[in-house]
Ligand binder design. Structure first.
Ligand code: HPA
Length: 273
C-alpha cells in the first residue's frame, strides 16, 4: 500500500463519515456489526430506521448470502445504537481499507464502542456448533493491515472492560459464553484440515474470515472494541463432516434467540462503560 493509496483511503473514510452524519449515525453511542446469519438482532431495535448501503455514498456492499446490506439506527434499552447488518470481506476482493472503511467512519462520527460478531468454525472438539465465544485476542493470517502509516494500534484491540461486561451479562442471563482466540484467515475457501490443525497449535479456538481487520481499525479509530463468534460448525478435519455455508446459516438461525438475548441485555451496559 503506497502513501497515495493510504491518503485516498483516509479521505474515503472521511467522506463516508460525512454521509453517515447525514443519516444521523452520529447520534449513536455504540455500533454493532452483525455477521452471517446473525442479522436478525436488528429487528430488536425500537424506532428503527433502516438505510440500504446502496443509499449511502461510499459504503462498500457485500454480495454474500446472509448479509442484508443495510444500516439500522434505533434504540435499545433507551440507548441509540447503529447496527451494520452485513459486512464486506477481504475474500470478496476488497482491500483492508475498504473492509474497514465503515468501522473507521463509525469512529470518526464519534461512536465510542463497537461490538463485532461473526460466524466461525470451531477448532476444539469439546465446543459444539452453537457455542458462543467472546474473542479475547486474534491472530491475523490475512496478510494485510488496515492501519495507516504512523498509527500505533494497541497490541490487543479487544477491550478487557467490555469483555468483562459481556461475561457478567452472559452469566446473569444464564447464557453460556466461552472465551478464546479467533484466527482470521483470508478465505474464500474454508480452511484445509491441516490449516485448522495449524490454527489450533498456534493457540486458536475458532477460525473465520472477518473481524480481525475491523477490530484493529476500530480500536485505531478511537473506539473500545469487543467481539463475539458464533461457532456454527466444527472446523475442517475436526469431525470429518463436510462444511457448507448452509450449515453456517442453519446454526446461526438455531442460536439466534440466545445470541440476540445476550446482545440485547449487554448493549445498554456496554454503552454505560
Ligand atoms: N472457517 C472459516 N470461516 C467460517 C467457518 C469455518 O469453518 N464457519 C463459519 N465461518
Amino acid at each position: 500500500m503506497n502513501n497515495k493509496e493510504m491518503k485516498s483511503a483516509q479521505r474515503q473514510a472521511e467522506d463516508l463519515a460525512e454521509a453517515l452524519r447525514a443519516v444521523g449515525a452520529d447520534q449513536a453511542e455504540f455500533a454493532l456489526v452483525l455477521g452471517s446469519g446473525l442479522g436478525g438482532f436488528a429487528d430488536r431495535l425500537e424506532d428503527a430506521v433502516a438505510i440500504p448501503y446502496a443509499q449511502i455514498p461510499g459504503m462498500p456492499q457485500s454480495a454474500v448470502p446472509g448479509h442484508a446490506g443495510r444500516l439500522v439506527l434505533g434504540n435499545l434499552g433507551g440507548r441509540r445504537v447503529l447496527v451494520q447488518q452485513g459486512r464486506v470481506h477481504f475474500y470478496e476482493g476488497w482491500s483492508a481499507y475498504e473492509v474497514t472503511r465503515a468501522v473507521r467512519a463509525f469512529g470518526m462520527v464519534g461512536i465510542r464502542g463497537l461490538l463485532l460478531t461473526n460466524a466461525a468454525g470451531g477448532v476444539r472438539h469439546d465446543w459444539d456448533p452453537g457455542t458462543l465465544m467472546r474473542i479475547t485476542d486474534h491472530i491475523n493470517l490475512q496478510g494485510v493491515s488496515p492501519l495507516f502509516a504512523g498509527e500505533g494500534g494497541l497490541e490487543n484491540p479487544y477491550d478487557p472492560q467490555l469483555g468483562a461486561i459481556l461475561d457478567s451479562v452472559a452469566a446473569s442471563e444464564g447464557l453460556p459464553l466461552r472465551t478464546g482466540v479467533y484466527v482470521g484467515n483470508p478465505g474464500p475457501a474454508y480452511e484445509t484440515p491441516a490449516e485448522v490443525e495449524m490454527a489450533r497449535r498456534l493457540g486458536g479456538d475458532a477460525v473465520g474470515m472477518s473481524t480481525v481487520l475491523e477490530a484493529t481499525a476500530g480500536q485505531a479509530a478511537g473506539m473500545s472494541v469487543c467481539a463475539i463468534s458464533c461457532i456454527t460448525n466444527f472446523a475442517a478435519g475436526i469431525t470429518g463432516e463436510a462444511l457448507s455455508h448452509e450449515e453456517v446459516m442453519e446454526t446461526g438461525a438455531a442460536v439466534a434467540a440466545r445470541f440476540e438475548a445476550l446482545l440485547a441485555a449487554a448493549v445498554p451496559k456496554l454503552c454505560d462503560s
